[in-house]
Design a protein around this ligand. Structure first.
Ligand code: BTN
Length: 270
């Protein structure tokens, strides 16, 4: 998968599915970060659904100030400008909804025999390895969510990762889903994203509760979240990660960088 993203092919697939997102579509061979392209568009009044794809990013960003690296043409690198009908109090649902949407598409592509789960708030793991990450950057005006840029990196064609990542990362190709077109996968992602967005616009996080519970990669795992160590006990009805610390005290976390110290299956006391 080394050819450039084909905008015309994407548009044909998108119009066959009557997609609401993905218009206009901008694709570039190389850029610093597709999130920057979408944030610029947000500032200059760009439309809900405008989508920015790159074959390569020179300064791809991840959550918590990390970089997002990928070899040219081997990943789907996309940012979508949204203008959701969401009160700020429900904005917390957006990153979770995006993660669940990506999870659903990945699960369809890799097959139901592999565990495809959500590592709160929005990493997608297959058999415990990360295949996709999401970075949501929001523009707030007063009490309104004016715009949100949803950046998604999905490992598609990569067959090897640097040694420090090889135990933690995977790709569609490594899982047997080879030869997929980025244009077709993007159509599926945008369709899922639109579906989950409508759900949270109508019902907030409550619309996600059942799926968050069913696909929770962290439940029962021993975690460190920004230095707080404890065992994950689920996700609450407002989308917060629940953690029981080593003194037995319960914490509900709205944000944080999660490190898995011990997987649930290796635990003897849960
Ligand atoms: C993470 O797992 O920390 C989030 C990674 C998000 C990466 C995507 S790639 C497309 C978009 N542009 C960026 O600079 N970041 C996001």
């Amino acid at each position: 998968m080394t050819s450039s993203f084909d905008r015309v092919r994407f548009q044909a697939l998108a119009s066959a599915r009557s997609l609401r997102l993905g218009q206009p579509i901008v694709s570039v061979r190389s850029t610093a970060s597709t999130n920057d392209l979408a944030l610029d568009a947000a500032r200059s009044g760009g439309a809900h659904g405008a989508t920015f794809v790159a074959d390569e990013q020179t300064h791809g960003r991840g959550r918590h100030g990390r970089s997002w690296l990928s070899a040219p043409g081997e990943s789907l690198l996309v940012s979508i400008l949204l203008r959701p009908r969401l009160p700020l109090s429900h904005a917390v649902a957006l990153p979770l909804a995006v993660g669940l949407g990506v999870r659903k598409v990945v699960a369809t592509l890799v097959g139901s025999n592999l565990a495809t789960e959500l590592k709160w708030p929005n990493d997608v793991l297959v058999s415990g390895k990360k295949i996709s990450g999401v970075l949501v950057e929001s523009q707030i005006r007063g009490a309104e969510l004016e715009a949100a840029v949803v950046g998604i990196g999905l490992n598609m064609g990569c067959l090897s990762f640097p040694p420090e990542l090889s135990e933690q990362a995977t790709s569609l190709a490594l899982l047997g889903a080879e030869g997929l077109q980025r244009e077709a996968v993007l159509v599926e992602l945008l369709s899922a994203l639109d579906d989950y967005l409508r759900r949270i616009e109508d019902q907030g996080v409550a619309a996600l509760s059942a799926e968050l519970e069913r696909h929770d990669a962290l439940r029962g795992c021993q975690l460190s979240v920004d230095g707080l160590v404890g065992r994950a006990s689920g996700i609450d009805s407002t989308g917060r990660l629940l953690l029981i610390d080593e003194q037995g005290e319960a914490h509900a976390l709205a944000a944080g960088h999660v490190v898995i110290l011990e997987r649930a299956s290796q635990s003897s006391d849960l």
